[in-house]
Write a protein that binds this ligand. Structure first.
Ligand code: ZN
Length: 288
């Protein structure tokens, strides 16, 4: 996302069972079968949230569109984690917006509902962890690297911070094995991202349930329409994910070298493996 987009996303988001019981009828006998995926992550549910969708593509430059690369990386993470036995849910599995739309809200648009749908999907899945996948963008094209965000405003903040740190450590390790020259920064607390008056605007997908006013956004220089707020809506209430979560910014699409890496198949796999390793370690399993 762009720097502005990051602010908007901060506003907009922003950063258990896998046992399926089946009844199999064999020769007139009813056999109860538990289809439990083998592996050390059995019984754990991971929600992956590929950022952006539909007509809101996120950052794009040098032939990389964030909406697409986020989804591709998320699908790779899913494949790795499923092979280790985890139950993995994606908030979207196509370029379209998430389909699990919460009850229709008034005063908001598709973008707002999109973001709240991601929260609803994670909560409905009773996920153990929520990992939102993005790439960054910035006006200065020399800026490179990765970030992991969490928020200290939730009861499980310590777990979210640990999840963020493990994910970005996993990505660092995987990328450095491929010769990537930059270490991503340490996990960053969204609540510290404040304006001159000390006011923060938590990410919708990580932050607490709260009332957000139009005035608050306008004062911070954010266009409410961009985060899906109708011009006549004075305020609205956001819902919140009920599990530890992190929002990952995986390289800068605005940097030509990072963008080239994001187009590179082995690099995408390395990033995905790093995220999967971080999630696995958070859930008590070793890195791959
Ligand atoms: Zn983004």
């Amino acid at each position: 996302m762009t720097a502005l987009r990051r602010v908007l996303t901060l506003v907009a988001q922003h950063r258990m069972f896998s046992i399926v019981t089946g009844l199999v009828i064999l020769g007139g006998a009813v056999v109860s079968a538990n289809f439990v995926a083998a592996g050390e992550l059995s019984g754990r549910t991971v929600v992956l949230d590929p950022g952006h969708a539909g007509d809101e593509p996120g950052a794009s430059a040098y032939g990389v569109i964030e909406r697409e690369s986020n989804l591709d990386i998320a699908q790779r993470v899913r494949t790795i984690l499923e092979a280790r036995g985890a139950h993995v849910v994606l908030t979207r599995n196509s370029e379209a917006r998430p389909r699990d739309v919460p009850p229709e809200a008034t005063g908001v648009t598709a973008t707002f509902i999109d973001l709240q749908s991601r929260v609803a999907i994670a909560n409905a899945a009773r996920a153990d962890v929520f990992v939102s996948i993005h790439s960054n963008s910035y006006p200065d094209s020399s800026v490179r690297g990765g970030d992991a965000w969490y928020t200290s405003l939730r009861p499980f903040a310590a777990d979210s911070k640990r999840l963020a740190a493990l994910c970005i450590e996993g990505v660092n390790t995987a990328l450095q094995e491929k010769g990537y020259p930059i270490r991503a920064r340490e996990a960053m607390d969204d609540a510290q991202f404040v304006d001159a008056a000390g006011r923060g605007t938590p990410m919708f997908v990580l932050g607490p349930e709260r009332d957000v006013s139009r005035a608050e956004l306008v004062e911070r220089g954010v266009n409410p329409a961009v985060v899906g707020i109708h011009p006549d809506a004075p305020s609205w209430r956001t819902s919140a994910t009920q599990m530890p979560g992190t929002l990952l910014e995986l390289l800068y699409i605005s940097n030509p070298d990072d963008a080239a890496l994001l187009k590179d198949e082995p690099t995408r796999y390395a990033i995905a493996r790093g995220i999967a390793d971080g999630i696995a370690r958070f859930l008590g399993a070793p890195a791959s």
